[in-house]
Design a protein around this ligand. Structure first.
Ligand code: ZN
Ligand code: ZN
Length: 412
């Protein structure tokens, strides 16, 4: 297979390992990436150009959503529509300009509206979701889809809606369901908050005594008796990557957020059997789909989530093992294609602090014509002396698209 479409145009794969970057461990001062055995990543570093990357800008702690926008060349301060939009797009819901979308959960509350479990025992119900799907409140149509486990996406369609409303989800058990409040002093914000509050109340009334929940209680399970909303977003049309850079882009990801970001930017989201966004994900299928996608597309975004999950869990060994799996199952297959290969993370998720941090992430680009440097190990420390030095996430796509032959000259 030739990965080149014509003599002056080249293809590329961007592998993003979520939350890849880390800090030195207290035991031996090594990061999981340093401690991991990664002969294939090291080979990429030795034959490529390396550096550190501030995905948004130095000192800014990125969310995965804003980080990915930046990596695809879209300034998140200008293009971030709010998380709910990506969640709904990732769930294959259709969005139009002006629609407001939310992340949502089935949850368990008592009759005082105190949250017993904000995930309803991690068990949703497609049947209960159908009861709430298509409700109309004050002239606004509400669509709801149960995606995985307790998770849902909600879309509101109607006039004068706003994303500037507060979360209903308390984010912890024992708290009370919060009232949704307008975050700006405007008609649309007040209207949206009112509808959210009515919808949450209605979800409780329709779900609490439903036979499915009676059955769950009988079996000793938590009832899914309310929907809690958070992360409001407002859909807008953006210039697609194809229009912007001139190449056709495809996405290979398991977790819905990343598929949603890809869809938002006009990428083709490919289906991969066994891609789950978790530890059990099928990396073999993902890499095969990504390599095949190069036949039809110029740019393939390949995402692996589990590095970030291990960071959040504070699991050093788990993160190290995931990196070794990526090296063995993905990078070993990728490294010999003719396409440009870029490997990086969307932010650091240090196991020592179990959250995202602003520590820059390592990045390597391998392919025709790159100025190779002295770096021969892919980790946070080694790449610091590489030829890319220190770039921002938003610089990555312009650099890569120039290598790929899709450049626009500035001036004459
Ligand atoms: Zn992330
Ligand atoms: Zn994370």
């Amino acid at each position: 297979m030739s990965a080149k479409s014509s003599s002056d145009k080249h293809k590329a794969i961007l592998l993003i390992c979520d939350g890849l970057g880390d800090r030195p461990s207290i035991d031996d001062g090594k990061t999981p990436l340093q401690a991991a055995y990664t002969p294939n990543l090291d080979e990429l570093s030795a034959s490529g150009i390396n550096g550190l990357m501030d995905v948004i800008s130095p000192g800014i702690v990125p969310g995965s959503d804003t980080a990915h926008l930046s990596l695809f060349g879209y300034n998140p301060y200008r293009y971030y529509p709010g998380r709910g939009v990506f969640e709904a797009l990732g769930a294959d819901m259709e969005l139009h300009k002006g629609d407001v979308a939310f992340r949502a959960n089935f949850a368990t509350v008592d009759d005082e509206m105190q949250v017993i479990d904000r995930r309803a025992g991690r068990k949703g119900s497609k049947e209960l979701a159908e009861i709430l799907n298509g409700l109309e409140i004050d002239g606004v149509k509400i669509l709801l889809k149960n995606t995985t486990e307790h998770r849902c996406a909600v879309v509101m369609k109607g006039e004068q809606l706003s994303r500037y409303v507060s979360d209903v989800d308390t984010h912890e058990a024992g708290g009370f369901v919060q009232e949704c409040k307008p975050l700006k002093n405007g008609e649309a914000e007040r209207k949206t908050a009112t509808i959210v509050n009515k919808f949450v109340r209605m979800s409780y009334e329709l779900l609490n005594d439903h036979p499915i929940n009676a059955e769950r209680r009988q079996k000793g399970e938590l009832p899914a008796n309310i929907i809690l909303l958070r992360g409001a977003g407002s859909y807008v049309d953006v210039t697609s990557m194809k229009e912007r850079f001139g190449f056709s882009a495809a996405c290979v990801a398991g977790a819905s957020l990343y598929k949603g970001v890809a869809k938002y930017l006009g990428m083709h989201v490919l289906t991969v059997e066994g891609a789950t966004g978790k530890a059990d994900t099928n990396l073999h299928n993902k890499v095969e789909v990504a390599l095949n996608a190069l036949e039809e597309h110029d740019f393939v975004f390949l995402h692996v989530k589990d590095t970030d999950n291990n960071g959040h869990d504070g699991n050093f060994e788990g993160k190290k093992k995931t990196i070794e799996r990526i090296d063995e199952e993905l990078v070993a297959r990728l490294k010999d294609t003719d396409a440009y290969i870029v490997v990086t993370g969307d932010h650091s998720t240090p196991v020592s602090i179990k959250r995202h941090s602003s520590d820059p992430v390592p990045v390597v680009i391998k392919g025709d014509g790159v100025r190779t440097d002295e770096v021969n190990k892919f980790d946070e420390f080694s790449v610091a002396s590489g030829g890319l030095n220190r770039i921002r996430g938003i610089d990555l796509m312009p650099i890569l698209s120039d290598f790929m032959g899709y450049y626009k000259m500035y001036g004459t």
